[in-house]
Write a protein that binds this ligand. Structure first.
Ligand SMILES: [Zn+2]
Length: 408
């Protein structure tokens, strides 16, 4: 076949040829020329398995390699599978994976692209990895930290950010695979750099933690701090800083719930139930690497955990104190907005259908406004409710008298 990059005639397309003639891999070539992999690959290249020989490395890894490996471990990207350990890559960030291959040489990592026939989709799909022998990574995590100095914190954090951080509405989100690592990182950012992060529950793992910069200013300070290390990694800094078009995405979720409207003059004061349909809208810049404003999976997990799991098959008036008095669509929207905005600062609209003929559209405060003002007074009237106690004999309030008896 003829290589479309160099027009040379080749027996088969391989990464060796393509990387020499164009710097591309077969996977990127297939996308660039919009051709299915099965038309490019020779039969022997598909389902071939990994026939690379990974050498046993000797000697201690250098500081750049140690920091990069620590960042990948924090991000949960080092997967040990028996004799081999691997770091997955995405086709849109192969530059970054190849940069890491170079950075991680001391651990013996090598780039590997595999092509498999996927039965479910009836096509050949490619996956990209760095692989090495598990034994090359040492007994990481088990070695007492005092034996060697900790790897460079900023370099390690930059590697985590380049791979798994998300940028939404000016806030940075950083998932850590282990909560303890995330807490340590947050403490160091606060103590050493004055950058505050809040800790959110990780969306998909109970062991992890999701850090979010507390404010937009904290995110700016973090990006400024990381300017050098992120700038050294291909595509890493542009992900957060390059101007990009904006878009709005929506997710529709349903929950079945009962409610009643206290004091309602008509039949809505009766307990009744139905299927609620919730549309959650998020707006923002399209991430140049993921191609998304926000991952639909993240959006769905966040709304499921923060809203649907609490409300589905419940009586709304009892499921949330904020709705005990009024569980109207409007009140539900104000409350749902407050539940979601910490996780979705790009939240730009909610639509809640109580029936197909009745719905509410709502747009609430930004995360910064919500942080400044707290819960809407609309929702916490009964939480704030305090009446001066009735004065009884001798002007001593019943509560105070009780306390006096207990003390005496
Ligand atoms: Zn070529």
């Amino acid at each position: 076949m003829q290589c479309k990059e160099c027009t040379e005639s080749v027996e088969m397309l391989t990464n060796e040829h393509l990387r020499a003639c164009s710097g591309l891999t077969v996977h990127e070539y297939a996308i660039r020329h919009h051709l299915p992999l099965e038309t490019l690959l020779a039969p022997g290249q598909i389902n071939a398995g990994d026939d690379n020989i990974y050498p046993q490395v000797t000697g201690s890894p250098g500081e750049p390699a140690r920091a990069a490996l620590l960042g990948l471990r924090w991000a949960g990207l080092v997967r040990e599978r028996g004799a081999l350990a691997e770091v997955p890559g995405e086709v849109r960030r192969l530059d970054l994976l190849l940069w890491l291959e170079d950075r991680l040489q001391d651990y013996g990592f090598r780039f590997c692209q595999e092509y498999r026939y996927a039965d479910a989709t009836h096509r050949v799909v490619a996956t990209n990895f760095l692989r090495t022998r598990t034994t090359n990574l040492g007994r990481a995590g088990k070695t007492p930290v005092a034996v060697e100095p900790l790897p460079d914190f900023i370099q390690a954090l930059a590697v985590l950010m380049a791979h798994v951080a998300e940028y939404q509405a000016g806030y940075l989100f950083m998932p850590f695979a282990r909560a303890a690592d995330g807490r340590d990182a947050a403490a160091r950012l606060r103590q050493e750099y004055g950058i505050d992060c809040v800790e959110l529950d990780a969306a998909d793992t109970s062991e992890g933690v999701l850090l979010r910069t507390e404010t937009v200013a904290d995110a700016q300070a973090l990006l400024h701090l990381m300017e050098g290390p992120l700038g050294a990694m291909p595509g890493a800094r542009e992900r957060f800083t390059a101007p990009m078009p904006e878009a709005t995405v929506s997710k529709e979720l349903v929950f079945d719930a009962a409610h009643f409207i206290t004091d309602h003059p008509a039949k809505c004061s009766n307990l009744h139930g139905g299927r609620y349909l919730l549309h959650v809208q998020v707006s923002g810049r399209i991430d140049p690497v993921t191609g998304c404003v926000v991952d639909y999976g993240y959006l769905k997990r966040a709304v499921n955990r923060l809203v649907v799991e609490r409300f589905d098959h419940h009586t709304l008036n009892y499921a949330a104190p904020e709705l005990a008095w009024r569980s109207s669509t409007e009140m539900i929207c104000v409350h749902v907005w407050e539940c979601l905005v910490d996780y979705l600062p790009g939240l730009s609209g909610l639509r809640l259908y109580e029936t197909s003929q009745s719905w509410c559209d709502y747009r609430g405060p930004s995360l910064a406004e919500h942080q400044a003002r707290g819960t809407s007074p609309l929702l916490d009237h009964f939480q704030r409710l305090e009446r001066p106690p009735k004065t009884g004999d001798g002007g001593v309030a019943p509560q105070r008298r009780l306390r006096a008896v207990a003390a005496g």
